[in-house]
Design a protein around this ligand. Structure first.
Ligand code: ADP
Ligand code: TPW
Ligand code: MG
Length: 570
């Protein structure tokens, strides 16, 4: 009898790897452990880049930012239960910011979880993930891995991008199947984020509203940055001649020193504009929900809103001209519809905006040139502003309260997707994950400007940065505390106030512990020298920048969001 030729087999491990690689997902951010330790080793063996972190939240934040920067889902890989939960915060953060990300977590077998029999790191992860992300799937059979990965990719990048959870029970990885059948089960996703064209009637309506404006304003949001339609955005803004306000992570879509930039005249343009064109930006808390004292009289502003998500319209205030579609398609249609005889906005409006902006810039300029020691925010950030001006390709990561708010207005950006910060939530702890992903995905130098509290959330990843020898220069604005370093314990007791840290701590010495470069500076000139040296060397560097503990203010610019007690102290 002629024996059957040995059938070649594949298994869940290899099908998952092949499915990711087939779809050009070759980088994974994660923390190893049961049941995915060998998966990470095999990914590396198959030529994927596997970056191993010290905490899954930072790996997830890296995957989230990778999604924002590349328009492909960033992939985070974790163990079950606690590892999954650590990654889930980042998955929810990605979803809140409309960035594509896939969290792949190992999990326990269904039969044990559903009977709650107490497995190692047991948790009903799929159920827990569902409400916190855009889509969540579980795979039970090896032959379904191909379609599951395809679904996860399409769910992450189509329409409004977001986070997707993919649940991988341990036993799935070991499931074997015929290699030929396995290869046939894989799916290369076709056109996962299709262009979505606006309806011609919606374009007409929007143009009519814009034409009627006496004081128009464009607000560019991080959706416009994410879209990577940079030339289309620039052409639209310059053709219509309307002043624009970039939201934090949209800075650099046009250079912040562009003649139409109204960044330094934010208060005036929000209050005075009569038509506002939202481009990939939401009227959420960051824009006072489109109402109240930051804006003109109630219902006096008419909104044109460009967004891929139809349900975003009327979320906070009435939208006079909803334009549903992707940024590129919508702006191209508007630009085309403007035709050749488009009238620029009234000159008195353009003059008012420009005069206000230039007056504010002129008033601020001298404060940015001070060499005070210990430093204040303006002096330290003035130095970093001048460095970024000379290094427009560098990526700036930024988090903190005062460290965030002052940097956002002081450090101009000149190119798209160069400023990575706390996003829609205002969440602390995204710094090191963002810095690692920025360096890995772009190969460009990264300057991370961190409040000392913000740095503390993800600071252990400086070992990760040293281990992968990433070109990241971290500047810790050390004011000995959260918002300030001068708070005192109101009870008069021994313990320090909840918002202060050890005095004169030396974060630079932490970096030296892992072989990185550590510097300690107390004035802007020394800060300038240290940052330039770090960015020229490309070596992992941490600069401990001493900031006057009294220089900050509670919660930076958003202290008003804090509830206050009306009960007098007993
Ligand atoms: N390619 C795209 N085309 C159109 N809208 C997009 C695209 N990508 C994301 N968006 C939308 O952009 C908006 C981003 O808003 P938001 O995160 O509030 O920005 P910002 O905080 O900068 O104002 C979201 O409502 C999202 O649906
Ligand atoms: C996950 C999470 N936990 C707490 C908080 C609340 C917060 C907002 S800003 C901030 C740190 C501010 O201090 P820092 O030293 O970084 O900056 P500076 O003002 O220059 O001194 C905290 C703790 C948030 N936003 N997210
Ligand atoms: Mg601080």
């Amino acid at each position: 009898t002629t024996s059957e030729p040995e059938r070649e087999l594949t298994d869940g491990f290899h099908l998952l790897i092949d499915a990711l690689k087939l779809n050009d997902l070759n980088t994974v951010y994660g923390v190893p452990g049961i049941p995915i330790t060998d998966l990470g080793r095999m990914m590396q063996e198959e030529g994927m880049r596997v970056l191993s972190f010290r905490h899954e939240q930072n790996a997830g934040n890296a995957a989230a930012i990778a999604g924002f920067l590349t328009k492909k889902p960033g992939v985070c890989l974790t163990v079950s239960a606690p590892g999954f939960l650590n990654g889930l915060t980042a998955l929810a953060h990605a979803t809140t910011n409309c960035w594509p990300m896939i969290l792949i977590s190992g999990s326990s077998e269904r039969e044990v979880v559903d009977l709650m029999q107490g497995d190692y790191e047991e948790m009903d992860q799929l159920a827990i993930a569902k409400p916190l992300c855009k889509a969540a799937y579980r795979v039970l059979h090896a032959e379904d891995i191909g379609i599951a990965v395809a679904r996860a990719i399409r769910a992450a990048v189509s329409g409004r991008p977001g986070g997707v959870y993919l649940d991988i029970p341990g036993a799935l990885l070991g499931q074997a199947m015929d290699a030929v059948e396995g290869a046939k089960s894989l799916v290369k996703v076709i056109d996962p984020a299709p262009a979505q064209f606006p309806a011609p009637a919606a374009v007409e309506r929007a143009l009519d509203v814009i034409k009627s404006a006496k004081k128009p304003l464009i607000i560019l949001g991080k959706g416009a940055a994410y879209a990577q339609a940079d030339e289309v955005v620039k052409d639209f803004v310059e053709k219509c001649g309307i002043p624009y306000l970039p939201m934090s992570m949209a800075k650099g879509l046009l250079p912040d020193n562009h003649p139409q930039s109204a960044g330094a005249a934010r208060s005036l343009v929000l209050k005075e504009s009569d038509v506002v064109i939202m481009v990939g930006a939401r009227l959420n808390w960051l824009l006072s929900h489109g109402k109240g004292k930051s804006w003109g009289a109630p219902h006096s502003t008419r909104f044109v809103q460009i967004d891929i998500e139809p349900r975003e319209m009327d979320s906070n205030v009435e939208i006079a001209a909803p334009l549903v579609g992707d940024i590129e398609s919508c702006l191209s249609a508007l630009t085309e519809g403007m035709g050749g005889d488009w009238k620029a906005p009234p000159q008195d409006w353009l003059d008012a905006v420009r005069e206000k902006r230039d007056a504010n810039v002129t008033r601020m300029a001298p404060t940015l040139q001070n060499n005070a020691s210990p430093m204040n925010y303006a002096g330290a950030l003035g130095a970093l502003k001048r460095i970024i001006e000379k290094r427009p390709d560098a990526i700036l990561v930024n988090e903190g309260a005062n460290t965030l708010d002052f940097a956002r207005s002081i450090i101009d950006m000149y190119k798209p997707r160069k400023r990575l910060d706390v996003g829609t939530w205002g969440v602390m702890g995204v710094g090191m994950g963002s810095a690692i992903a920025a360096a890995v995905e772009t190969g460009l130098p990264v300057l991370a400007v961190e409040g000392d509290s913000a740095f503390g959330f993800s600071g252990m990843e400086i070992e990760t940065i040293c281990r992968y020898k990433l070109p990241v220069c971290i500047v810790v604005f050390n004011n000995n505390g959260i918002y300030r370093g001068t708070d005192t314990n109101r009870s008069g007791g021994e313990d320090p106030a909840p918002t202060v840290f050890v005095e004169d701590s030396r974060y630079d010495m932490m970096m030296q512990a892992f072989g990185g470069e550590g510097r300690h500076v107390t004035d802007p000139d020394a800060l300038t020298r240290a940052v330039n040296e770090a960015m020229d060397s490309g070596k992992p560097t941490l600069i401990n920048a001493v900031i006057d503990p009294a220089a900050g203010k509670e919660s930076g610019n958003i202290g008003n969001l804090n509830p206050t007690s009306v009960v007098s102290k007993r």
